[in-house]
Design a binder for this molecule. Structure first.
Ligand SMILES: *Cc1c(COP(=O)(O)O)cnc(C)c1O
Length: 492
């Protein structure tokens, strides 16, 4: 029956109904192809000023259909200059949101199918492909076999889901019915992502009940301080509810010691959520599975294929050990959503916050099949090697230094002037260096603070990055360091 769809007679009706598609699709594909081919010539970070784009757009929506030629021209001339190119090989800022040709293909088809995959009935293939993709990833990443997973829109959502589930579990599902007590404590390190605080606030637990635990010299949570905080809380009639471990902090990719923290969570009966949003992708490499040593005692785990796994935004993978707790927390069942298959299949609307869901499993399937696990692994290893190469340059340079140890595809570094200067002055020099670097349009890096030091973050995670791109950054850094030294000399 499905083959019939594509025979000539069926094809004709299909084409008639969608004739606009085949008429203009080649132009769209051509536009994308030109974009891909020229991306390296575009400024990585958009250089437009506020309102530059807005002011070029008409005040009112068009009454009549416009020409596709005109629409695509405006796309090129008005919109493109205002895009920061996350897919440029010299995008090294924040964390990547990389993509791949395989993922783009999937997005075409996802859009064409236009399925809303809230429950199994509304597209059984979407639910079952999602289930299978979770099995594949669990197996590849060395996660415990009893974990069950689903796709969420972002890590922020997944962490919120974890915090709310912990809240319900700890209050015997009373908070959902009667409201939230004001003594439920959540713990994370001082370096953890802002989504934890946001999650605690939205969950109604209060940001004052989020306790930030001190870190060691590599920015990792100190288990001794965690245990101390928990004991103090118990003493004061607070209820230790949830600990969030960062497997790769956002600032410096610090890996919290999961095993030691897991033992503490077990001892005090606290929910343990692992946030591996960025670094989780490295678990596809067996040599990095040490990062989650102790995972069998975790209750939930999140990572973002939409960061480093060649799957374009958005796609977050969320695993839980006890799916019943998740379902009891989020389940709803209005009459109009009752189905005959309930219980026999996964209705993913009960696994998180939104009711409606995109068909995101398709892009994971295309990426894993189209690239092969070997292909994915060799790209990840290449990024890590390129980072070793970059980190060596920093360490050997007289003008730069590591601030924390390089890890995976990440180096945290700063410029150091040849003369002795205060931290404040060094910070200003680094700020100026970064801004000048980004203004070249040739590369884009971002910064963070480590203690009181302003530091630059170099992340090498773009799908098509090569050594020549890293050499370009090295070149720019050398030139800018020299310029700063010279400006300095002439000011005196
Ligand atoms: C990026 C990041 C997040 C947030 O990810 P979103 O998917 O954008 O919500 C959370 N935690 C860590 C450690 C991250 O690096």
């Amino acid at each position: 029956m499905y083959l019939l769809l594509f025979t000539e007679s069926f094809k004709n009706t299909f084409m008639l109904q969608r004739k606009e598609f085949t008429k203009h699709a080649p132009e769209i594909i051509n536009w994308i192809d030109t974009f891909f081919k020229n991306i390296e010539n575009l400024p990585v970070k958009s250089l437009v000023k506020p309102k530059d784009i807005y002011d070029q757009l008409p005040t009112k929506a068009p009454q009549h259909a416009e020409d596709w030629e005109q629409i695509l021209d405006d796309l090129t001339n008005i919109i493109l200059p205002g895009i920061t190119h996350w897919q440029h090989p010299n995008f090294h800022a924040y964390f990547p949101a990389n993509s791949s040709v395989e993922s783009v293909y999937a997005e075409f088809i996802t859009a064409a199918l236009g399925a809303q995959c809230m429950i199994w009935d509304t597209s059984p293939a979407a639910a079952e492909l999602e289930e299978k993709m979770m099995d594949w990833l669990k197996d590849l990443m060395g996660l415990p076999s009893e974990f069950e997973g689903c796709i969420q829109d972002t890590a922020s959502t997944a962490t919120l889901v974890a915090i709310i589930t912990a809240r319900e579990w700890k209050t015997n599902f009373q908070s959902n019915e009667y409201g939230v007590p004001n003594n439920l404590r959540t713990y994370c390190s001082s370096q953890t992502h802002s989504s934890i605080e946001k999650g605690v606030k939205i969950a109604g637990m209060g940001s004052r009940n989020l306790i930030k635990i001190g870190v060691d010299d590599q920015m990792r949570m100190r288990p001794d301080l965690l245990e101390k905080a928990i004991l103090e809380d118990i003493e004061n009639n607070k209820i230790p509810t949830c600990v969030v471990v960062a497997t790769g902090t956002t600032g410096t990719v610090a890996i919290d010691p999961l095993k030691d923290i897991a033992a503490i969570c077990k001892k005090y009966n606290v929910w343990l959520h692992v946030d591996a949003a960025f670094a989780g992708t490295a678990l596809l490499l067996p040599e990095y599975q040490w990062m989650i040593d102790g995972i069998e005692d975790a209750d939930s785990f999140v990572f973002n294929p939409h960061k480093w796994m060649f799957t374009n935004f958005d796609c977050t993978v969320y695993f839980v050990k006890n799916v019943d707790l998740l379902l009891r927390t989020f389940e709803i069942l209005p009459e109009y959503l009752k189905t005959k298959t309930r219980g026999a299949v996964n209705d993913y609307r009960d696994w998180g916050i939104p009711l409606g869901r995109r068909f995101r499993a398709l892009k994971l399937w295309f990426v894993m099949r189209g690239m092969g696990i070997n292909g994915i692994q060799s790209k990840l290893r290449k990024h890590i090697q390129l980072n070793d190469y970059f980190a060596d340059f920093i360490q050997q340079s007289d003008h730069f230094e590591w601030v924390t140890d390089p890890i995976l595809n990440f180096t945290c570094f700063r410029y150091i002037p040849s003369r002795k200067e205060s931290t404040k002055t060094i910070n200003l020099l680094n700020k100026s260096l970064l801004s000048q670097l980004n203004q070249t349009g040739k590369a884009f890096l971002s910064h963070t603070l480590v203690d009181d030091k302003y530091v630059l973050r170099m992340v090498i995670g773009q799908t098509y990055v090569e050594q020549k791109h890293i050499d370009l950054v090295i070149q720019l850094l050398k030139e800018l360091a020299l310029k700063i030294e010279n400006d300095y000399a002439s000011n005196k």
